[in-house]
Design a protein around this ligand. Sequence first.
Ligand SMILES: O=C(O)CCC(=O)C(=O)O
Ligand SMILES: [Fe+2]
Length: 317
Amino acid sequence: MGSQTHQPPQIPVIDLSLEDLKPGSASWLPTCNQIRHALEEYGCFVAKYDQLSPQLSTKLFSQSKDLFELPVETKKQNTSDEPYRGYIGPTKYMPLYESTAIEKATVLEEVHKFMNLMWPDGKDQFCEVVDSYAKLLGALNELTVEMLFESYGLRKHFPSLAASNSHLLRFLKYKQPQDTETTTIRFAAHTDINFATIVHQNDIGGLEVQAKDGTWISVEPQPSHFLIFAGQGMQVWSNDRIKACYHRVKVSAGNGERYSMGLFTFNNGVIQVPEELVDDKHPLLYKPFDSRGYIRFYISSDEAVKLNNPIKAFCGA
Ligand SMILES: O=C(O)CCC(=O)C(=O)O
Ligand SMILES: [Fe+2]
């Protein structure tokens, strides 16, 4: 009788650096299918993406550190008409967490506007570094979603979705716990309410994703590794073939400060389940989904947050 070792599940790593990753190339369809399989199984995957170099990552995280060192009054000036889009300081529930964000970050003028607000006298390299970084992550998001659509035979639907996308770039920092407490959850388990998210961790990990069997899988940082999550918008579009990924962040005392980045892709239009994704095994689960209306519903109502399945309450068929 052989002994059985139980291997914890691993998040698939998919190489999206390949130069010929274009429709019609030998690697295109197999990679599209890998993306679909990973998203259907885990709601996420790790993209290896060398186009965003380790040098650019180092420069980006150095700018992020400078940003968080600004006085809190300056950081608070980054406000937004919409909730969760500006500066978020530490709270009772998340005392070590801080973040700030640039809306429409793939547009250079928006990066400029943000820089002028934070550093009225200018800031060396901020705009060029953040602009290159945001554009590369935006391109990684578009490539992933186009390839996912292709794997369902629905690439024709991609341009109209992409035309109403916008990208929010969030800088995140977690201070290390002062006491000797052991590893603690610092960002409670949740799914993202947008369409898709890319998370990039600096040298300190902590991000965990939940597998279908309920186990938590930790995702180790690597300079050219980017974790791509399905959000609730992707869940609706896919008619539940893909489930929004549950994830959380744990931080340990003694590890140092943790920095990460998130590119949140929002769809600002109405998402409709493609008729090709509706059949006897997959009856239609959602009415046309107004993403921004959903965010207003989700944020404005205390009840929505408590609902087991707010998206079904909002637009279930
Ligand atoms: O801090 C991280 O690495 C992830 C944060 C996150 O999940 C979020 O902002 O939605
Ligand atoms: Fe998240």
